[in-house]
Design a binder for this molecule. Structure first.
Ligand code: BGC
Length: 758
């Protein structure tokens, strides 16, 4: 059972922010950071997916909503504050199997009163508006009056840790005694989105209600109810806090009436019934997503943490939101959505929960008008997806930030990191290859493929002298180099994006001619454009080394000062080499996988020898300053036979947050690293890939200490279970399917398990 738990045995106030991220409970619709009720230190956060606002902040950001977590215990006149009390037997545990956060401790107040407190909390996956906490309180050396305070705090802001950027995105509208409980409604400043939090406490034992008195209060933007009770030494009393959060983004009816009804229904159905329904759903999700690793407990817990938090960040019920770079776990990157979703997280959902993958892609479809506006206002045609997107698809990348030394720097990614367009096209094609979802392709996917290709048509530049198409002044995945010309990742994927648009428009022409014509007229495309696209794909410039083996990351990259990484820290991660007075961009050092990233995304396009040569060249120059990078090098290493590094990078990826190895877990989950962790296990160690003919291949290699690895995937209409042990591979499938294992093709029937010796 411990293999399902993330535990913390020692309390340290300085770690509060990190554990708020690690212990966030989310259900795809909303995320509640794992703040401690009994400490005021940390950055509390309560977010509903899709509620964004700009107000006075630099750019639109996810709103930190009113905080419903408020809960205090007073023993006579002393508050139980774990930063002030003596603390014993402290333990927090995230039970990932059931989706429940637990805590227990014994606290002794300044006046010597000791109390044992056990609590648990969940954010329901059953009814996404519900959340609850249960507190078991046992006085250890006293009988006396105990006061329990339940409150909702409407005074919260975004960026509490950064005074110059602190912003309040809403106005408190109503504070009231809602019977049951207390309620606080807010309205966001720009879009007038309303949201309500309602909470109340129920304290009961075998004699019924334990509360003697209740006092309702309003303190500015805080609403509170305090209950008085009497507790006896050694006797445990149980108090349940019920919570409802809803916004008018999700419901059209009267929020207050709906919220009150919901809270009453929740109390009627009870804590136990809801937590059971919620945990049942989590257990079902686990049946779809789990990767079992035998023989390596650290890897087992680590991979599960990533699968848990990534799954917590999404659900299929909303096609207007996507997963932010930091999940629903914090305000890092302002809740914005990047290429992280399509390239790093989406494969996990495609193969485990395709309905969620589809919802994520539908977010791009639903924000296509924003992408069109991005293209138009920067002088281009078609759709230009934002490097950082929020609710409407418009570009929201901040223009200014700070560098590694704290100096103000202009951020160019929103102006130049164009590859996001092809990354989204890539996500669509990957989704279709694995699911065969024609309905999606015909009605939504092809429109995106065509309109992104139309953008590229307007963005590429024809170089007459060399008779080739070029793309100048871009940023590729490696963000250390700005304003570069002909970044291969960008050029190659732009070419690929146009090729796929051409391929699928031909397909659509025969599959659904009416839709084809409607699309051509809607997007303003005809044969002249398509002919032009053909020429562009033939003449797109891809810089190479002279012998054709090493791809030059961008034009002129090989002329930069060549510095290799020579030193590694205690975690085997690169130590900054001396740039000898040069700026980072004047060296060949990379922030993250770039050429390697391209070869992972399009493995069939490069020979084994070219992949190996490029892996070896770029690995020595990659600093992994983005958490997106290690998992990709793990996959690439395995593809070219570098097995030692593969395990190292896999562990680095799965422990990104658990060991805080990028140093910023305080600000949210590294959701792309979580998706990369799944890819590293499945595309890396299992060697799962779809070949050019569209057939599923596996080519497993397991690290020495792994006795086995097993998982399920969705493939077209089948569900395939794969189990790899030291001496064999077992595969079963719900429908007939062909799988190539170590280069040999097998037809799996739904009736009989396939066993292949290793
Ligand atoms: C990386 C980007 C990534 C972003 C959000 C940056 O540090 O360089 O590739 O999209 O973080 O995770």
């Amino acid at each position: 059972m411990e293999l399902w738990k993330i535990s913390l045995d020692k309390y340290n106030t300085n770690d509060n922010k990190k554990y708020e991220t690690l212990f966030t409970l989310a259900n795809g619709n909303r995320g509640l950071r794992g703040a401690l009720e009994f400490s005021s230190k940390g950055n509390r956060g309560n977010y509903i997916a899709g509620i964004f606002d700009k107000s006075q902040s630099q750019v639109t950001e996810i709103v930190n909503l009113q905080d419903p977590l408020g809960f205090n215990i007073y023993i006579e006149d002393e508050k139980v504050d774990i930063d002030e009390c003596d603390l014993y037997s402290f333990k927090r545990e995230l039970d990932m199997h059931n989706g429940v956060l637990q805590m227990k401790f014994i606290a002794t107040t300044k006046k010597g009163k000791s109390v044992e407190i056990k609590c648990e909390r969940f954010v329901s996956r059953n009814k996404t508006s519900r959340w609850a906490a249960k507190y078991e309180i046992t006085p250890l050396n006293f009988d006396g009056k105990v006061f329990i305070e339940n409150y909702i705090d409407g005074s919260v802001t975004n960026s509490t840790w950064d005074v110059m950027n602190k912003t309040k995105h809403f106005k408190v509208k109503n504070i009231y005694d809602s019977n049951p409980g207390i309620a606080l409604t807010i309205e966001t400043n720009d879009n007038n989105i309303k949201s309500i939090e309602l909470t109340t406490l129920m304290g009961e034992n075998n004699k019924g209600n334990i509360f003697k008195n209740r006092r309702y209060s309003e303190f500015g933007e805080v609403v509170s109810e305090v209950y008085e009770t009497f507790m006896s030494e050694g006797k445990t009393e149980t108090i349940v806090k019920y919570g409802i959060s809803i916004s008018d983004k999700d419901i059209r009816s009267d929020l207050i009436a709906e919220g009150t009804k919901e809270l009453k229904d929740f109390i009627k159905e009870g804590y136990e019934a809801e937590v059971e329904a919620h945990s049942n759903i989590w257990r079902k999700i686990w049946d779809e997503i789990d990767i079992k690793i035998q023989g390596d407990e650290k890897a087992q817990i680590g991979i599960r943490f990533n699968l848990f938090q990534l799954s917590a960040s999404a659900y299929a019920g909303d096609t207007t939101v996507s997963i932010a770079a930091k999940g629903l776990h914090g305000e890092g990157y302002k809740g914005h959505v990047f290429w992280d979703t399509e390239v790093f997280m989406l494969p996990f959902f495609i193969y485990t929960r395709p309905d969620v993958a589809k919802a994520l892609l539908m977010y791009r479809y639903n924000t296509l008008n924003g992408a069109r506006e991005n293209a138009a206002i920067t002088g281009y045609k078609g759709a230009r997806f934002a490097w950082e997107a929020a609710d409407d698809g418009l570009e929201v990348t901040p223009k200014w930030g700070v560098d590694y030394d704290g100096n103000a720097v202009r951020i160019w990614t929103g102006d130049e990191e164009y590859h996001i367009n092809s990354d989204i096209a890539f996500g669509i094609v990957e989704y279709y290859r694995a699911t065969n979802d024609k309905e999606f392709l015909v009605n939504y996917g092809i429109e995106i493929l065509l309109d992104t290709a139309k953008f590229w048509q307007s963005r590429v530049e024809y170089n007459k002298g060399n008779d080739r198409y070029e793309i100048s002044s871009v940023i590729g995945p490696d963000e250390f180099h700005e304003h570069v010309d002909n970044n291969v990742f960008t050029n190659y994927l732009a070419k690929w994006n146009i090729e796929k648009a051409l391929f699928f428009k031909e397909w659509l022409k025969t599959e659904d001619n009416v839709n084809y014509k409607v699309l051509c007229s809607k997007l303003g495309l005809n044969e002249e454009d398509f002919n032009m696209w053909e020429t562009m794909t033939e003449k797109m410039y891809i810089p190479m080394s002279e012998d054709g083996m090493i791809i030059e990351q961008f034009e002129g990259y090989f002329d930069l000062e060549d510095i290799e990484i020579e030193e590694y820290d205690e975690n085997e991660m690169p130590v900054w080499p001396d740039f000898k007075g040069n700026k980072l961009g004047e060296t060949q050092l990379l922030k993250q996988a770039d050429v390697a990233q391209l070869m992972i995304m399009l493995p069939e396009e490069f020979s084994e020898a070219v992949k190996k040569a490029n892996y070896e060249y770029y690995e020595k120059r990659t600093m992994h300053k983005s958490s997106l990078s290690p998992s990709m090098y793990s996959i690439m290493g395995l593809a070219v036979g570098d097995r030692h590094n593969a395990y190292k990078y896999f562990m680095k990826a799965i422990y990104t947050d658990l060991e805080d190895n990028q140093g910023n877990t305080d600000f949210g989950l590294h959701a792309a690293a979580a998706g990369g962790s799944w890819q590293s296990a499945i595309f890396g160690f299992v060697g799962l890939r779809v070949n050019k003919e569209g057939v599923l291949n596996i080519n497993p290699w397991l690290p020495e200490q792994w006795e086995g690895l097993s998982f399920n995937i969705n493939w077209k209409s089948s569900r395939i279970g794969i189990s790899i042990s030291k001496d064999k591979i077992e595969v079963d499938s719900t429908c007939e399917a062909t799988v190539i294992i170590y280069d040999k093709s097998y037809l799996i029937s739904d009736k009989k398990q396939l066993v292949v010796a290793r």
